[in-house]
Design a protein around this ligand. Structure first.
Ligand SMILES: [Zn+2]
Length: 245
């Protein structure tokens, strides 16, 4: 059964390229699993978080690249993808690379899983992990189920040489950012270090060291004097840390 899902763009930021990536990613997701979804919407930022447009993602903490909106009175369930955050870590010349398709596939598949959980089509096991994630979230069975659904999609993609190559590129790029971040940290440029380590982690979520370094840089950028942050940025980070979702 072929299910054609509408893809709508409400931003000009990488909209056409993102649509192309989404179409490629959808080939790897079981068509039946998309049943009942209204559309996939491309936005530059999460609309529920309008302030997101004022600060780069590394100052906002670990951001979500997508979101699943449940059915409401007004509309069918939708998946939203946020391009400002999605391409933050991607050099322009790699915008069409399989690195981005893999990232888009991970994001869309994760949100499709939330849709399936909502419909009762995907069972949620009780949480197996006890450790708090890097972004400070407690283990959450629904997120774990969504992550493992997404991981299964990506595993299928990685069986092709094209996406395998994409993964190798992502790991390599992540390592470059990681090393540049260490150098920036050594030079006490904590803001630059945080931005680089953030990108290293977003591009390759298996790069745990980069995620840890990002958290360290962020603390240093707040605590070391003279701070590289403006007062507005400092306030912003304190606010975000307090309001972690
Ligand atoms: Zn989720």
């Amino acid at each position: 059964m072929a299910i054609i899902i509408r893809i709508e763009a409400e931003t000009k930021h990488y909209a056409r390229i993102t649509k192309w990536h989404i179409q490629r990613a959808l080939r790897w997701i079981t068509a039946e699993d998309l049943q009942g979804l209204g559309c996939i919407r491309i936005l530059d930022h999460e609309s529920a978080d309008p302030q997101a447009s004022t600060q780069p993602p590394y100052l906002r903490g670990f951001v979500y690249l997508g979101h699943y909106y449940r059915k409401s009175d007004a509309r069918l369930p939708e998946i939203h993808v946020f391009t400002k955050d999605l391409y933050y870590a991607i050099p322009k010349f790699l915008a069409l690379s399989p690195i981005v398709t893999l990232e888009v596939a991970t994001t869309i598949a994760h949100e499709v899983a939330h849709h399936l959980i909502e419909l009762g089509h995907l069972s949620v096991a009780s949480s197996t992990s006890t450790k708090t994630s890097l972004d400070g979230r407690k283990p959450n069975p629904q997120e774990e189920a969504a992550d493992s659904y997404a991981a299964a999609v990506v595993t299928r993609m990685l069986q092709t040489p094209y996406y395998k190559f994409g993964k190798i590129m992502a790991t390599g790029l992540s390592n470059i950012y990681f090393r540049l971040g260490l150098a920036a940290h050594k030079n006490a440029n904590f803001k630059e270090a945080a931005s680089l380590h953030y990108r290293a982690y977003i591009i390759d979520r298996d790069n745990d060291a980069a995620g840890q370094c990002y958290l360290r840089d962020r603390e240093d950028m707040l605590s070391k004097t003279p701070s590289s942050l403006t007062d507005a940025e400092r306030l912003w980070i304190y606010h975000r840390r307090a309001a972690r979702r």
